[in-house]
Design a binder for this molecule. Sequence first.
Ligand SMILES: [Zn+2]
Length: 220
Amino acid sequence: MVKIERSYPAPCSLAVEEQKKTGSYEKPDVVERLKKDFHNKCYICELKNLQDPQVEHLFPHKNGRYPERKFDWNNLFWACGHCNGVKNQNKYDEGILDCCRSDPEKEISFGLKEGEIELKRLSSREDAAIDRTMSLIWETFNLRNTGMRVYKSEMRMKELQKEMNLLFDNLESLKKDPDSGFLLRKLKVLLKRESAFAAFKRCYVREHIEEYPQLKEYIQ
Ligand SMILES: [Zn+2]
């Protein structure tokens, strides 16, 4: 999970739909804007170019029990169906980190060690939302309580591994040719917040920055 810059003002349809009895929070203007603001990446698992994107509510509206949450632009997020489903458990009802307001990379370190997701708390800030966020991200890569979740969790692990290997290959090449403009351009793209699994890649480079000081500006 990385910081997202939400654009304003809110899409126009939200205020209109809120007045209707069965209004929709996913009119084309909302969908287009979320897709753009979130770089068509699930904000929870960071999978890119989603086939099954969904408009997710950070704080659940519970079938309209909390109507003020349903059409609130600040409460709408871009997620994949898998993460939306995993998050739909009571233990996440009190909310996870709002990545449009705070920077998750300052709160959590994201690691992949020997094929396992390793999340560590960085800040001692008393905020249970940080712990819920770590738990949720871990679950989206590991939950295997249904056949479909076995497949979807494993698929995310494989994609993450692939992306990390791409990063490692480029870092290895950079060690041999530290001033290569070509490699630096490739790494700059790989480390952008909008890239797939950016939190994991950026965290790895941050933790090994003394080996690659020339990458410092790319992980700011
Ligand atoms: Zn996801």
